[in-house]
Ligand binder design. Structure first.
Ligand code: AMP
Length: 506
C-alpha cells in the first residue's frame, strides 16, 4: 500500500475554519485556519505560476521566524516542492554554498537579508529569483499573494518524498542537507501529540528558529497537525518570552526552548514572581540543561519535559514524562512512541544498562538521507536501519536515557551546533595560519564557546582580534571563536591527529 500525505491546514480549514491558527507577534497578524488556508493556497499559486516552481523543485528561505515563513513551508507542501529554510546567522559564503547545493528556483528573504541574499546568489553564479517577504503590504510576496487566483495542479505526495531540507554541518566540515519527509513529519506530530499532550485546544510558542527542527517540528508542526494554535516570535527575547508564557490571558499551553533561553529568563528580575502554573508542557532540549537549571525551574513548579533530538530525527527522539522529571533528573527520558533507541558499542552490539556507548535510533521519524549525498547517508546508518547519532549515552535499568558526552567533533553555543572542522577550514584561509584546532570551552552564558589554537608563521603578525574578525567575515557570528591562543606547536597523536583533549580548556 502506498501512503499519501494529506494537507493538514486544508483539512482543519474545512472542519474548524474559525479556529485560531497563527499569531505573528511582530506584525500582530492573526489568522484562523480558513484564513491561513487561503494564504497558503495563494502562496502555492504564486510559487507555481510566478516563480515557476513545480513538484520536486526547491525554494530557499532566509528570514527570521514569521507567519509568511510558515505559509511558504506549507505552500511548498501543497505543490510538492521542497522547502529549504536557511539559518539567517550564516555568512554569505555559507549561504552561497547551500544555494549551490540545493539549487532553488527562488529565494524568499526579508528586507534585513536583501544584501546577503543578493550577494550569495551572485557568488553562486546562476539565476535564482529573489522575492522579498514578510515586510507588509508593499513587499513582493504580499503583492504576489493578492494577484494569485486560480487552480493548483493536482499533486500526489509519496510518504518518502522530501518536504523540507534542513542543513546541518557535519564532520565533513561542509553542511549536509538532511531530508525531512512527509512520513517523518506525520510520525513526529504523533510522537509529540502523545508525549506532550497536544490537542486542538493547545496553544504553543514558537521561539526557536523555523530553520531548525526545534522551531519547525516542536511544537509548531504537531500543533498544526492537531488543529491547535501557534504564536510566532521573530527571535528570542528573554523578557518577551517570559511575559508570553506567564501571562494567563495569552493562554499559552506549550513552550519549548534550549537551555540558554531558560537560563536568560531565570536571570531576569521578573522571574522571581513569575507564575507558570497554567502551562501544560514546558520542553527543553537541543543541548544538555544543567541540573541546577532544572532545579531552579522545579522550585517555580515547572517540571521540564526534557527531550533529546536531532535534525536527522525530525525533532524529539526521547522525552521524559513530566511526572518523572525530578526522580530521573538529568535524563532526557524514554524513546517516544514511534522510535526505538539503544546503546551500542562501535560494532553496533547492544550494551547493557549503565554502560556508556553510542546512542542509536531507528523509526519513521529518522531521515531517509542527506540531499545528493548517498555515501554520507550510507555511513550514517548501521545494519538494521540504526542511525548513528554520534552522542555518547547510557540507559538505566528502567529504560531512561542519559546523554553523557558527544563523540562527534562538535560543541553547542547558545543552542547552535558548531562543528570545529568548519571553523578550522575558515582559519586555514587566513594567511599565516600554519596549523590550527578549535574546541568548545565552557561558558556561563552560552554553555560553550569556541577557542582557537593557532600555530602561526613567524612573519604573519597575527593577533587574536585579526583572527576573530576573519572568522566573523567567513562564518556566522556564533561560530567565530571567542578566544584565540597562539602556541608553538599543537599536541598530536601517533597518527598525526591533533589530540584535542590535551588542549587547555580553562
Ligand atoms: P541538531 O541536529 O542541531 O538538532 O543537534 C543535535 C545534537 O544536539 C544531538 O546529537 C546532541 O549532541 C545535542 N542534543 C540535543 N538534545 C540534547 C539534550 N537533551 N542533551 C544533550 N545534548 C542534546
Amino acid at each position: 500500500m502506498s501512503l499519501m500525505a494529506f494537507d493538514w491546514i486544508a483539512k482543519h480549514a474545512e472542519a474548524q475554519p474559525d479556529a485560531p491558527a497563527i499569531h505573528d507577534l511582530l506584525s500582530d497578524r492573526r489568522y484562523t485556519y480558513a484564513e491561513l488556508n487561503d494564504r497558503v493556497d495563494r502562496a502555492a499559486l504564486f510559487l507555481y505560476e510566478r516563480c515557476g516552481v513545480s513538484q520536486g523543485d526547491r525554494i530557499a528561505l532566509l528570514m527570521h521566524n514569521c507567519s509568511d515563513m510558515v505559509e511558504l513551508i506549507f505552500a511548498a507542501w501543497r505543490i510538492g516542492a521542497i522547502c529549504v529554510p536557511m539559518n539567517w546567522r550564516l555568512a554569505v559564503p555559507e549561504i552561497a554554498y547551500i544555494i549551490g547545493d540545493c539549487q532553488p528556483k527562488a529565494l524568499f528573504h526579508t528586507s534585513e537579508f536583501t544584501e546577503n541574499a543578493a550577494a550569495a546568489v551572485k557568488q553562486y553564479g546562476q539565476h535564482v529569483m529573489l522575492v522579498e517577504a514578510a515586510d507588509g503590504q508593499k513587499c513582493h510576496y504580499e503583492g504576489g499573494l493578492r494577484a494569485s487566483y486560480g487552480n493548483l495542479p493536482e499533486v500526489e505526495h509519496g510518504f518518502e518524498d522530501p518536504w523540507v531540507i534542513l542543513y546541518t554541518s557535519g564532520t565533513t566540515g561542509r553542511p549536509k542537507g538532511a531530508q525531512i519527509t512527509y512520513a517523518m513529519q506525520l510520525f513526529n506530530a504523533v510522537n509529540c501529540m502523545v508525549a506532550n499532550r497536544i490537542t486542538p485546544k493547545s496553544h504553543g510558542l514558537c521561539v526557536l528558529p523555523l530553520f531548525h527542527v526545534g522551531g519547525l517540528c516542536v511544537y509548531l508542526s504537531p500543533l498544526l497537525h492537531a488543529g491547535g494554535m501557534n504564536t510566532i516570535m521573530d527571535q528570542f527575547d528573554a523578557k518577551v518570552m517570559l511575559n508570553l508564557i506567564t501571562d494567563r490571558e495569552v493562554g499559552m499551553t506549550h513552550a519549548l526552548g534550549v537551555p540558554t533561553n531558560f537560563l536568560f529568563m531565570s536571570q531576569l528580575p521578573e522571574f522571581k514572581d513569575a507564575n507558570f502554573d497554567h502551562l501544560e508542557c514546558v520542553g527543553v532540549g537541543g543541548a544538555a540543561p544543567s541540573n541546577a537549571l532544572l532545579e531552579t525551574y522545579a522550585r517555580k513548579g515547572v517540571l521540564f519535559e526534557h527531550a533529546w533530538g536531532m535534525t536527522e530525527t525530525s525533532s524529539i527522539g526521547t522525552s521524559i514524562p513530566k511526572h518523572m522529571a525530578l526522580e530521573k533528573i538529568g535524563s532526557c527520558g524514554l524513546p517516544v512512541l514511534h522510535v526505538e533507541c539503544k546503546i551500542a558499542d562501535e560494532d553496533g552490539n547492544t550494551l547493557p544498562p549503565g554502560e556508556v556507548g553510542e546512542l542509536l535510533i531507528r523509526g519513521p521519524t529518522v531521515t531517509n538521507g542527506y540531499w545528493k549525498l548517498p555515501e554520507a547517508t550510507a555511513q550514517a546508518f548501521l545494519p538494521g536501519g540504526w542511525f548513528k547519532t554520534g552522542d555518547a549515552a547510557r540507559v538505566d535499568e528502567d529504560g531512561y536515557y542519559y546523554i553523557v558526552d558527544r563523540w562527534k567533533d562538535m560543541y553547542i553555543s547558545g543552542g547552535e551546533n558548531v562543528y570545529p572542522l568548519e571553523v578550522e577550514d575558515a582559519l586555514y584561509r587566513l594567511n599565516g595560519v600554519a596549523e590550527c584546532a578549535v574546541i568548545g570551552v565552557p561558558d556561563e552564558r552560552w554553555g560553550e564557546v569556541g577557542r582557537a589554537f593557532i600555530v602561526a608563521e613567524a612573519s604573519a603578525g597575527l593577533t587574536e582580534a585579526r583572527v576573530i574578525a576573519h572568522c566573523q567575515e567567513q562564518l556566522a557570528r556564533y561560530k567565530a571563536p571567542k578566544s584565540v591562543r597562539f602556541l608553538d606547536e599543537l599536541p598530536h597523536n601517533a597518527t598525526g591527529k591533533v589530540t584535542k583533549h590535551l588542549l587547555p580548556r580553562d
